[in-house]
Ligand binder design. Structure first.
Ligand code: CA
Ligand code: CA
Ligand code: CA
Ligand code: CA
Length: 353
């Protein structure tokens, strides 16, 4: 697993050098199981954000930044089929409404998430919009440091990132407009993020479960909240369908009426005020990955690594070539609706495909 992480880092770095896009979607395909389940309690618990980030006031320019996370690979037999679809669909929706989107799916480790959050915190300022989307396993576990049970997301490296970690991130966010969305089991503890200027939608409370649907090819909560209410505007709202509380009410009705009902929760930091997930004041996206930083100039000499990658584009077309060559092909050809879809499988040079 360790060498795999090094390989992944290598390829990620190379992609960052060569690709200049608003939305960076990385997926490592593997076999999938069917249903979302409660995670087993094992692995490390992360409840502190490890970096210093400085605060920024509003600069009069409203930008929007989103992080969409959908792990499908988990320890043991806990793989999930639909978190990547949830993350892709959120990424598409938010990107369509001028968010700078970073989308991380497949094998998603805690280190990658924490770095992505650091980048997000460094990019956003007080008048910007922020969205954090997570779909995947959740857990309600005992945190020995805080001596209490907490909700946590569970990642591919077996680590848990707790509600207390996210509460710290919440306090580090300068944005006065933060949307948190968790489609996971036993995740209700994240309601503590629903402070002033922030809105939280959760698929469950601390004891209830949620699941993915082969009929919808998404998590059920994501399907009703995002696809049905926001994208298809099937809610009662008379506006652009971008009203979070309204989408929640719609999704709640649908979710509780399912054959296997689920019971979503919301935490609304401004109960008397509508929370719009986007509006027309948002300026154009940055021309960089994840927003904020100017894109690096591609080096004149391609970086050669000792590893090869096999890229499965939309799971239909295989291209096998040395790292740099393949990635250059992608930058030229695989932009679909302003999204970059990259499916990566990492293998050592001496292994057969
Ligand atoms: Ca700003
Ligand atoms: Ca999938
Ligand atoms: Ca900031
Ligand atoms: Ca509200």
């Amino acid at each position: 697993m360790h060498s795999r992480k090094i390989l992944l880092s290598c390829v990620l770095i190379t992609i960052l050098i060569f690709i200049n896009t608003n939305q960076n979607i990385i997926k490592i395909p593997k076999k999938h199981n069917i249903l979302r389940a409660e995670s087993e309690v094992s692995g490390d618990i992360i409840n502190d954000f490890p970096y210093f980030v400085s605060h920024k006031t509003d600069d009069g320019i409203i930008k929007a930044y989103a992080l969409c996370i959908g792990p499908t690979e988990y320890p043991g037999d806990k793989d999930l089929p639909y978190p990547d679809d949830d993350a892709f669909s959120w990424a598409t929706y938010l990107s369509d409404h001028k968010y700078n989107v970073t989308c991380i799916v497949g094998y998603v480790d805690s280190e990658t998430i924490i770095l992505a959050i650091k980048n997000l915190l460094e990019a956003e300022d007080a008048d910007d919009y922020v969205a954090f989307i997570y779909s995947g396993h959740g857990s309600y576990i005992y945190d020995p440091e805080f001596e209490k049970n907490v909700s946590a997301i569970w990642l591919s490296d077996g680590k848990f990132i707790t509600q207390d970690f996210f509460a710290e991130v919440n306090s580090l966010l300068d944005s006065n407009h933060v949307f948190w969305f968790f489609d996971a089991c036993t995740i209700g503890g994240m309601r503590i993020l629903g402070t002033t200027g922030r809105y939280v939608a959760m698929a469950s409370n601390e004891t209830t479960y949620t699941y993915g649907s082969s009929q919808y090819e998404h998590g059920v909560f994501t399907y009703y909240f995002l696809i049905d209410a926001l994208m298809k505007k099937n809610n009662d709202s008379s506006d652009d369908g971008n009203w979070a509380e309204d989408a929640f009410d719609y999704a709640y009705k649908k979710c509780t009426s399912e054959t296997i009902p689920i019971y979503p929760e919301e935490a609304d930091g401004n109960p008397d005020k509508a929370f719009y997930i986007w509006d027309n004041r948002i300026q154009g996206r940055d021309s960089s990955i994840g927003g904020g930083n100017p894109p690096p100039n591609p080096p004149e000499t391609p970086i050669i690594t000792p590893y090869y990658v096999s890229l499965n584009i939309r799971e239909s077309e295989d291209i096998s070539a040395p790292c740099t060559t393949t990635i250059q092909i992608i930058t030229n050809e695989i932009f679909i609706n302003n999204c970059l879809f990259v499916y990566i499988e990492l293998i050592k040079p001496d292994e057969k495909y």
